[in-house]
Write a protein that binds this ligand. Structure first.
Ligand code: ADE
Length: 247
């Protein structure tokens, strides 16, 4: 996969792209990440990337020519997805991450200031994408978040032990609790089932924990999660209202 990131602040990406799993994925040639400084496409004396909004109002708007020329400078396959970070976009989630991880080229345009000239959306943007209902100072952090979660899904990036199939959200449920040595810590013990060596029992306990946590913390996720009849019976034991909602 090739990922292009168009930004006014390329220096912000140094840490996230040069450490840990993302660094390893690039070193293994599983992903090829290119940063483009959009300011290189602002050709006036002061390299101005923004301008005042037509119609007045507060804030500045990213100039269309700067963004357009930056996008055009990239070697782009016809099927490349061009994503614009914006609080107005489709909200990024694990399903969206999986979809994007199946692409061969992604181009992220990091929005800034009050926004970007609307015509850029008509001309080059495939989709606007938000990382949640809050406002950041720019699209760099959202791009990093999305790039990180997409890269870890690429085949070969994670070892078998860290497989994305084990993820919280993989099955649309929250993760179960994890424990490591020692068996007792500050007076708190590891649940005995985990020490039993009975793998079927352990799997059942973990599934129940995931279901219970999801029911308590994020019940809306249960509407979309693929649930077995046994899952539904457990949920009904935890919460009789759940049973009623499925009758
Ligand atoms: N730019 C500012 N806030 C954002 C958000 N929540 N998601 C994506 N881009 C943004």
């Amino acid at each position: 996969m090739r990922i292009d990131i168009l930004t006014l602040f390329p220096g912000m990406f140094t840490g996230p792209l040069t450490e840990s799993i993302v660094k390893r994925a690039q070193a293994k040639g599983l992903v090829d990440i290119h940063l483009t400084d959009m300011r290189d496409f602002a050709h006036d004396k002061h390299r101005t990337a923004d301008d005042r909004p037509f119609g007045g109002g507060v804030g500045m708007v990213l100039r269309p020519a700067v963004v357009f020329d930056a996008v055009q400078s990239i070697p782009r396959e016809p099927q490349a997805k061009v994503l614009l970070t914006s609080p107005q976009g489709r909200v990024f989630d694990q399903k969206y991450a999986v979809e994007l991880s199946e692409e061969t080229q992604l181009v992220f345009i990091c929005g800034h200031y009050e926004g970007i000239d609307e015509r850029i959306k008509d001309l080059v943007v495939t989709e606007e994408v938000s990382i949640g209902d809050y406002v950041l100072t720019g699209g760099e952090l959202p791009a990093m978040v999305m790039v990180d979660s997409i890269i870890r899904l690429l085949p070969g990036v994670l070892g078998k032990a860290e497989s994305p199939l084990q993820d919280s959200f993989y099955e649309g449920l929250l993760d179960y609790p994890h424990y490591t040595r020692p068996e007792e810590f500050q007076g708190l013990s590891v649940p005995t089932v985990l020490l039993s060596g009975n793998h079927a029992e352990i799997a059942r306990w973990r599934r129940k924990q995931s279901l219970y946590r999801t029911l308590v913390r994020r019940p809306e996720l249960l509407d979309k999660a693929p649930l077995t009849p046994e899952d539904r019976r457990w949920l009904a034991e935890f919460d009789p209202a759940f049973a009623r909602s499925y009758n």
